[in-house]
Ligand binder design. Structure first.
Ligand SMILES: NC(=O)c1ccc[n+]([C@@H]2O[C@H](COP(=O)([O-])OP(=O)(O)OC[C@H]3O[C@@H](n4cnc5c(N)ncnc54)[C@H](OP(=O)(O)O)[C@@H]3O)[C@@H](O)[C@H]2O)c1
Length: 342
């Protein structure tokens, strides 16, 4: 952790080796560094909340363990030798799964969004945990990924899967505000009840007990105009191939159904080919699909290599190729700093 890292020391979770299948407790070590006295420009902070997000699973595959597990957290400053981050201040820090950390605040700030002091007035009446949810990256993903890519219109039918998750539950609520008919898919009956009874979804189906095809014949007899896909895989393919209306819009947000696969489904060259082929196919039913990329700072090239977006494109392309759709895929970037600006 020491050396070139802006984290000077910490108590932290270290990923020992690459995951194989589902992540396990044994994949991590809890490491406690000696904590030296603070120097100028350093702060000591304690985690209030740490994020556990699906993107971490594919993202770490391109890193070399052991390393401090990636992630963003909400911290309270315990001691400070940087006047920009006073004692007691609440900060959002992209420093990984670090419970208590000494950080060089100026170094971290070089990475936009690496360390941000949150104004007190912004937190009045709300839990700081929201900074990792509705007011943070998942909220931005839902807001921009749905409104800008799906461009929903009143009266349209919207389908969202992973609907009871951080992103999906917000997408559905935003769609309701926009006057859409909203259909959600989730993995338990309790979640489905929560979606319809508390969040106002029009319909919610348990994808483990109801086929997506049958559900949409029932819930969306006139077809689907906007599809916000958090899941990828077979069920998403069914939505795209069997239920999308002409000029429908798809927001390819994630492919959580394949993140824990031990083997990739296809070899890379075939993946590349299947990405290009659909663009050459005859046009029958035009559709627009866009991948979302939400991160505090990025460049165009990192948009193109963001793992969950790649997963989505890889797992969806073969099926789309076989469909009648002409699909336009484009990356889209939104800074997730927007909603945490005062
Ligand atoms: N592109 C971006 O910038 C961006 C940003 C944020 C998130 N994402 C993506 O958005 C998706 C949702 O993220 P989130 O933060 O909302 O996650 P979350 O709150 O952790 O919710 C994820 C939910 O996905 C469902 N799920 C898991 N495995 C599944 C499977 N095999 N098939 C169907 N559903 C499954 C589970 O709910 P059930 O019990 O209902 O199955 C789980 O609770 C992920 O794919 C993530 O990578 C992308």
């Amino acid at each position: 952790m020491a050396g070139s890292s802006p984290i000077v020391a910490g108590t932290r979770f270290v990923l020992k080796h690459q995951f194989s299948g589902f992540p396990k407790k044994e994949d991590f070590d809890f490491v406690e560094d000696p904590m030296p006295a603070l120097k100028d420009g350093e702060i000591l902070m304690d985690a209030l909340f740490m994020s556990v997000d699906p993107y971490m699973r594919p993202y770490v595959m391109r890193l070399s363990p052991p390393f401090t597990m990636i992630g963003t957290g909400v911290y309270k400053v315990r001691e400070s030798r940087d006047p920009d981050f006073p004692q007691g201040g609440i900060v959002v820090a992209n420093v990984g799964w670090v419970k208590t950390a000494i950080v060089n605040s100026r170094e971290i700030q070089k990475d936009a969004g690496g360390l941000r002091l949150i104004p007190n007035q912004m937190l009045t009446g709300i839990s700081p945990s929201k900074l990792l949810g509705a007011l943070g990256m998942p909220g931005n993903t839902a807001y921009f990924g749905f409104l800008e890519l799906c461009k929903p219109k009143e009266g349209e039918t919207v389908v969202v899967n992973g609907a009871a998750g951080a992103v999906g539950s917000l997408v559905g609520q935003i769609a309701k505000i926009k006057g859409c008919k909203v259909i959600g898919f989730a993995g338990t009956d309790e979640k489905c009840d929560w979606l319809t009874k508390e969040l106002g979804f029009d319909k919610a189906y348990n994808y483990k007990t109801t086929s997506v095809d049958e559900a949409l014949k029932d819930g969306a007899p006139n077809g689907v105009d906007c599809f916000f896909d958090n899941v990828g895989g077979v069920d998403a393919t069914i939505v795209i191939n069997n239920h999308m209306n002409t000029f429908g819009r798809i927001s390819g947000c994630g492919a959580i159904s394949v993140y824990n696969d031990k083997e990739p489904k296809m070899i890379p060259s075939i993946q590349a080919l299947t990405t290009i082929l659909p663009l050459l196919a005859p046009v029958n039913r035009p559709l627009n699909a866009s991948g979302i990329f939400s991160k505090p700072s990025t460049t165009v090239s990192s948009v193109l290599i963001f793992p969950s977006l790649i997963h989505w494109a890889i797992c969806m392309m073969p099926s789309i190729q076989r469909s009648n759709h002409r699909l336009t895929i484009k990356p889209s970037y939104r800074s997730c700093l927007k909603t945490i600006d005062p």
